[in-house]
Write a protein that binds this ligand. Structure first.
Ligand code: SF4
Length: 378
């Protein structure tokens, strides 16, 4: 199967996003621990590993972790805010270690809005510098956009901006905000209404499709994704029968997620897509189930489309479809018998996390000048 594991390297960050799903804790994984976790993924036959955080580029163990993962035959990915990748020498260090794929998180093409969302003045300029370096790098770059109340009506404009300025970016991931965790749980004003994201998400999807680009959408119910349901991350995982293990650096510890169906509402009972849809996810009652609308389309073309979609998925060659007939059964199941929301199933951490110590290799964009600006020393 095309499983990909996640390792949080650190939980501190050089940005301060108001909706961060994994805000700072005092924990980190050191090089020896990461090697053990990577070895475990390799032993399980995983396709790859995603190094994440916090901001993983703040971990001094990252280059070694990437090199070890490549030695073990794993595909290596990084999720980063791009601030430190603006340093070409640092990006080269990761390239030389064997980094193959990076997701740079950019939530708006408007500098002032990006400043507000990231809590970091100048963050867009630094991410742009990283994207420019990545245009000339062997590392594949995708862009992650967290959908929130302040950008949800502009997603198509952001995509148009990327198409103009960074044509080498060929794949986007729209992560709908999860207000059940992290800072978004406190800062509830970031949570969008589903109806407010629908138009811009559809317009962005049409734009990307027309230009030959690909995309994925996370945590958006399928009734808001008419025509591009096959791009739902959860739907694809349901169809491909995938699992994922995440090594968190908080009280969750190590989580093995095998079920992708979450909170369905009573209205979902008559919906023909319920077997493919993760519903509203377990999102702390911040979304309104009254926004859900059952749909009555044939689910089989969606299953077929996921099954036929090899080109946009580098992990595809190891994918194994589950019994898709069960997903499109004619008889609706009552909600009580649906899979319980066990995505947060906990197991005892398999490793001894360490507390962060100083001195630490910290880096913040305000420590270095913006491109073209003089240094503080003049
Ligand atoms: S009605 Fe429920 S099962 Fe159907 S698409 Fe919407 S959230 Fe999914």
């Amino acid at each position: 199967m095309a499983n990909i594991g996640y390792i949080q390297m650190v939980r501190h960050c050089n940005q301060n996003c108001g909706f961060c799903s994994n805000p700072e804790t005092p924990w980190f994984h050191d090089a020896a621990q990461v090697r053990d976790l990577v070895d475990d993924f390799a032993a399980r036959g995983y396709f790859g590993v995603i190094f994440t955080g916090g901001e993983p580029t703040l971990s001094p163990a990252l280059p070694d972790a990437i090199a070890h993962a490549r030695d073990r035959g794993l595909h290596t990915r990084l999720i980063s805010n791009g601030q430190k990748l603006a340093d070409r020498a640092y990006l080269r260090l990761l390239e030389d270690a064997g980094l193959q794929h990076v997701h740079v998180s950019v939530h708006s093409h408007k500098a002032a809005l990006e400043d507000f969302l990231t809590g970091t003045p100048g963050s867009l300029a630094w991410a742009e510098q990283a994207l420019s370096h990545l245009a000339e790098s062997p590392v594949r770059v995708d862009v992650n956009v967290v959908i929130n109340r302040f950008n949800c009506d502009q997603l198509h404009e952001t995509i148009a901006w990327f198409e103009r300025r960074y044509p080498h970016v060929r794949h986007f991931i729209f992560n709908n905000l999860d207000p059940s965790i992290g800072r978004a749980h406190t800062n509830t004003y970031f949570t969008p209404k589903l109806r407010d994201l629908e138009y811009a998400l559809h317009a962005a999807a049409r734009r990307l499709t027309a230009s030959g680009r690909t995309f994925r959408v996370e945590k958006v119910p399928l009734c808001y994704m008419g025509g591009f349901e096959h791009t739902s991350t959860e739907t694809r995982k349901i169809i491909k029968s995938e699992e994922r293990i995440v090594h968190f650096l908080d009280e969750k510890g190590t989580v093995r997620q095998q079920q992708w169906g979450h909170k369905h509402h009573a209205v979902c009972r008559s919906c023909t897509l319920r077997g493919l849809c993760a519903g509203l996810f377990d999102r702390g009652d911040a979304y309104d189930p009254a926004e859900l609308t059952p749909v009555f389309v044939d689910p089989r073309p969606i299953v077929d489309r996921v099954a036929a979609d090899e080109a946009s998925d580098p992990a595809w060659r190891r994918a194994k479809l589950k019994d898709t007939a069960a997903l499109v059964a004619d008889e609706p199941q009552p909600p009580e018998t649906m899979a319980p929301p066990d995505g947060s199933r906990l197991v005892t951490p398999s490793h001894n996390r360490k507390r962060r110590r100083d001195p630490w290799v910290d880096w913040h964009p305000v420590d270095a000048p913006l491109p073209g600006q003089p240094t503080p020393e003049g």
